[in-house]
Design a protein around this ligand. Structure first.
Ligand code: PLP
Length: 273
């Protein structure tokens, strides 16, 4: 990706996501990737999690109107070339974010691409999205997205498809695309039967497959956030969606290779290029 030049305003990107007090995932992971890739990051905070390397002990949501107001404020003044959602916590926050995206021209049919990482739970299984919010996610936000990036647990919650092999992965990509997203990325990193990490990208017409070796590490906290942030970064620089995903996949693979231990639990991916 192009690097930022001193004194020159870089490309801007907006993350709409939750804070991780442990500094591994969420906004903190997004901002690490954005900064390393030379982008200026604007932030609409959706929730503050109480979290360390062992898990999420609790969180407090931000008022939906305040989430939307943060989006309006930064887009009106600073402008953004792409946006990304992470933890959205509740149906009212999803509705506020979707409404603001429509008002601000963010989304698949507008000038500003939108990456939706449909965060439902932490890697420890701690819920980060209310179960009753899944309908709102499906009906209000996914149809606005340029790319949606679920892992296999999220695919099961959103489409009720259990991905176990290449055939069910394709079926899941179709089901996600049927919800109205422009490109569905079904991440295969949790496909434990495979020695590879096969991600499948589908726009209703063509399949693109991105296969990387599975990196054996316990330190993969924030991997999903980092992938979606790297996709948004590349889109802000004008990459096509397949090129952005290809770049982001290599970015996360490198991040997993140089991940470090932290605390007594799972350390974060460490995307050094
Ligand atoms: N905390 C926040 C605020 C997040 O946004 C996310 C993931 O998107 C997580 C925790 C979970 O990250 P992981 O699944 O890597 O534990």
């Amino acid at each position: 990706l192009p690097t930022a030049a001193p004194g020159v305003t870089p490309a801007r990107v907006l993350t709409i996501a939750g804070s991780d007090s442990g500094g591994g995932a969420g906004i903190q992971a997004d901002m690490r990737t954005f900064a390393l890739l030379g982008l200026h990051a604007c932030v609409a905070v959706t929730a503050v999690t109480v979290q360390n390397s062992l898990g999420v002990q609790g969180f407090q949501e931000i008022e939906p109107e305040t989430v939307a107001a943060q989006m309006h404020s930064v887009v009106a003044d600073i402008g953004v070339g792409a946006a990304k959602t992470g933890m959205l916590a509740s149906a009212p926050i999803i509705e506020a974010v979707a409404g603001a995206c429509i008002d601000l021209g963010i989304g698949r049919d507008s000038g500003v691409p939108l990456v939706v990482d449909p965060v439902c739970a932490s890697m420890h299984g701690d819920p980060l999205l209310a179960t009753e919010a899944l309908d709102t996610l499906r009906s209000k936000l996914i149809p606005l997205a340029t790319v949606v990036t679920p892992n296999l647990d999220e695919v099961r919650l959103i489409t009720a498809i259990d991905v176990v092999d290449a055939t069910s992965q394709r079926a899941a990509a179709h089901a996600l695309h049927d919800l109205g997203v422009q490109w569905a990325l079904v991440k295969g990193g949790h496909l434990r039967s495979s020695e590879q990490s096969p991600d499948l990208l589908f726009d209703g017409d063509e399949f693109h497959e991105f296969v990387h070796p599975r990196i054996a590490t316990a330190h993969d906290h924030g991997a999903g956030d980092t992938l979606a942030a790297a996709i948004a970064s590349a889109l802000a620089h004008g990459y096509s969606v397949p090129d952005a995903v290809s770049f982001a996949k290599r970015w996360v693979t490198r991040g997993l290779e140089s991940a470090y231990p932290l605390g007594a639990g799972h350390g974060p991916v460490n995307p050094l290029w």
